[in-house]
Design a protein around this ligand. Sequence first.
Ligand SMILES: Nc1nc2c(ncn2[C@@H]2O[C@H](COP(=O)(O)OP(=O)(O)OP(=O)(O)O)[C@@H](O)[C@H]2O)c(=O)[nH]1
Ligand SMILES: [Mg+2]
Length: 342
Amino acid sequence: MAFADEAKFFIKAGDGGNGCVSFRREKYVPRGGPNGGDGGRGGDVYLVADNHKNSLIDFRYRSHFKAERGLNGTGSDKHGRGGKDCIVNVPLGSVVKDAETLEVLADLTSPGDQYLVAQGGKGGLGNARFATSTNRAPRKATPGVIGEERWLKIELKLLADVGLIGFPNAGKSTLLSRLSAANPKIAPYPFTTLEPQLGVLHFKFSAPCIVADIPGLIEGAHEGVGLGHQFLRHVERTNILLHVLDCSTEDDLVFEEYEILENELKAYNEELLTRKRVVVLNKIDLLEGQRQEELASRFLQLGLTVFCISAETGEGIESLKVLLGELFDEVQTRQEEDDVSG
Ligand SMILES: Nc1nc2c(ncn2[C@@H]2O[C@H](COP(=O)(O)OP(=O)(O)OP(=O)(O)O)[C@@H](O)[C@H]2O)c(=O)[nH]1
Ligand SMILES: [Mg+2]
């Protein structure tokens, strides 16, 4: 798959350099004191969020990252030089886990966010440190501490504001192409979209928002049926979800699909049901008579926000954009308030 949204790699911080055992040698001073220097500290490994990177594809070609080791101490009280740190750049939206325990270590969402993922080992002590009044010629020095190492798993969660979710063939990609300049593949068969697609929706008066077209979900997606499950994590960060439904099928089926989508979200992560959700009835160009109104009123009765559109002809798209602009503003204002109070 071209869209690398998971990667595993190994990192190792530098080992500390060893302490040194050495004695002063001077003419006419037969037994000089200890002068072994300390070892240098090993370099650390940092992960840094880099907004020029947009996938984890680089990790396919390189899976091991090491910081430099500290140099050993030497005689004449010379301390070893510390090892250089190693910086691993990762895309924004990277969730970093320990590959074994799957514990989440860091969630790097803003440019420049950094996380110290492995600490370099301390340098060992040279024998000069061990001299005491009773032992003036210690032959003891300590080795450097081994630098931390671990396998990491990194997952990329898209930082989209709006997620388009729906059954295969519902018209999500067609809608994305209407809302943004994105040009996703559109075809009259299910599972056309195999990887999440992003588009930028521009508004006249406010900042643009990012829309993600998520591959089609089907019942059981949260357990891995179809393609949807591995992509559901991308909607974990989207604050607005559009349920795109093909309303040219039977009314009951449209409803059933809506319910399945809600259940899949809930089964994947209940928190998703706290997001703003909008029902988008697509393909209204295929409806006859009063069906559109009847169908819409069924959803309205449940207290849901409903929009009727045709992604194909463009009908209803402008008002949908206006609504998205308003919702997006609301979400941003709420986030700013949270940031201030939090
Ligand atoms: N008549 C009509 N056809 C539509 C409309 N929107 C999409 N289609 C058609 O429906 C088919 C599926 O559209 P896509 O946008 O590829 O659907 P999708 O939801 O992205 O499908 P997957 O990627 O498989 O999940 C295509 O043949 C589109 O041309 C619409 O409003 N009216
Ligand atoms: Mg598609």
